[in-house]
Design a binder for this molecule. Structure first.
Ligand SMILES: *Cc1c(COP(=O)(O)O)cnc(C)c1O
Length: 357
């Protein structure tokens, strides 16, 4: 076979990307991906409804996910026409950038997909460092908005990987400045609330009525249903209609729709898991504070960012002991990110963290 240089065929913006590395290393305790340690649905009743769905796998799923969107509309007190369903919120980020294009502005460090997808689609990125408290650097952000006129602004609050929520008034200022009629160049501000359930802070959803240039991202992934790949964009119907044009027809499969519907019918269960994770997070932060050489940062999410003297070595040391956490060294110097697990998993993590130091 003749040797053909495939790389020369690839678009330059894709050529310089690296495939997303989700670590699939064997481990005893998996605390690297901000998943819930509890499956949000596991009872008998669900298994029965699941069976019915297996008998219609020959049919395409509901392209509009009407029933699921109806339940989400009720849950968040919006109308179904304000909701777009995605194969995870990752897909909705992809759809948003496809629809509106760049430049795309976001603070750093933050969720890596904003940058990766912008680059994959050949759109410009504007990255503004967070301040020393990991909060939004409002002056720099406002200046950048004025100067670069971004089409899209992504704000993950609580932020991944730092764990804190951004100040509400700073987020509001950004939405306000990006909607100002004098600029005539509005930006769509996307508040990514993947971790909002763990935060005790108010959602930005009520502000949708006031700001047409606001959109909110929600996902089931961090509250016990990561395997379903189901997320939602909530925004003005006009925004939803535009983004819906680039959504692939059957993007959320029927099994995911069915299981998500079951889970949303039993919200009590999901809520109790969330509150147990929140109380474990508080305990975990307190315990980590007591360990010399470990500096945990305050968290509003289901994970904790922490600083150590040598992140690479500790990451390796933990892995050797069967504990997988996320190495953030690079994005945040000498930091690791641990997902809050079950009380037992957290104990094992604490014990092994101490012995890895
Ligand atoms: C995990 C995560 C997502 C991705 O969620 P999916 O719905 O699983 O695609 C989105 N935003 C942030 C900030 C995340 O951390």
């Amino acid at each position: 076979m003749k040797d053909i240089n495939i790389a020369s065929l690839v678009k330059p913006n894709v050529r310089s990307l690296r495939a997303y590395q989700a670590e699939e290393v064997p481990c005893k305790v998996k605390l690297d991906a901000n998943e819930s340690p509890y499956s949000a649905i596991s009872d008998q009743r669900s298994a029965i409804s699941f069976k019915e769905n297996l008998q219609t796998l020959n049919r395409y799923p509901d392209p509009e996910a009407k029933k699921l969107r109806g339940l989400i509309a009720k849950e968040f007190r919006v109308k179904p026409e304000n909701i777009l369903h995605g194969n995870g919120s990752d897909e909705l980020i992809y759809n948003l950038i496809t629809t509106f294009g760049g430049p795309v502005l976001y603070p750093v460090p933050t969720f890596s997909m904003y940058g990766i997808i912008s680059q994959a689609l050949g759109e410009g990125k504007i990255e503004i460092p967070l301040d020393d408290k990991f909060d939004l650097d409002i002056e720099k952000l406002l200046k950048a908005i004025k100067r670069y006129r971004p089409k899209l602004i992504f704000l993950s609050s609580p932020n991944n990987p730092t764990g804190n929520s951004f100040s509400t008034d700073r987020i509001s200022k950004i939405i306000e400045s990006a909607s100002s009629p004098v600029t005539r160049h509005p930006s769509l501000v996307v508040v990514d609330e993947a971790y909002q359930a763990f935060s005790g802070k108010k959602s930005f959803l009520p502000l949708l009525k006031k700001y047409k240039n606001l959109a909110v991202l929600k996902t089931l992934s961090k509250i016990g249903l990561a395997a379903l790949r189901t997320g939602f964009l909530i925004a003005d119907a006009e925004v939803i209609n535009e983004v819906n044009k680039v959504r692939l027809p059957f993007n959320v499969n029927s099994l995911s729709q069915a299981v998500a519907i079951e889970a949303l019918k039993n919200k009590k269960q999901m809520r109790s898991y969330v509150s147990s994770i929140v109380s474990e997070r508080k305990r975990l932060v307190n315990e980590m504070r007591k360990i010399e050489g470990v500096k945990p940062y305050p968290s509003d999410a289901n994970f904790i960012l922490f600083k150590v003297a040598n992140a690479d070595a500790i990451h390796k040391g933990l892995l050797k002991r069967g504990i997988l956490v996320r190495n953030m060294n690079g994005a945040v110097k000498d930091c690791l990110r641990v997902t809050v697990g079950t009380p037992k998993e957290n104990e094992v993590f604490l014990k092994n963290l101490k012995s890895s130091l």
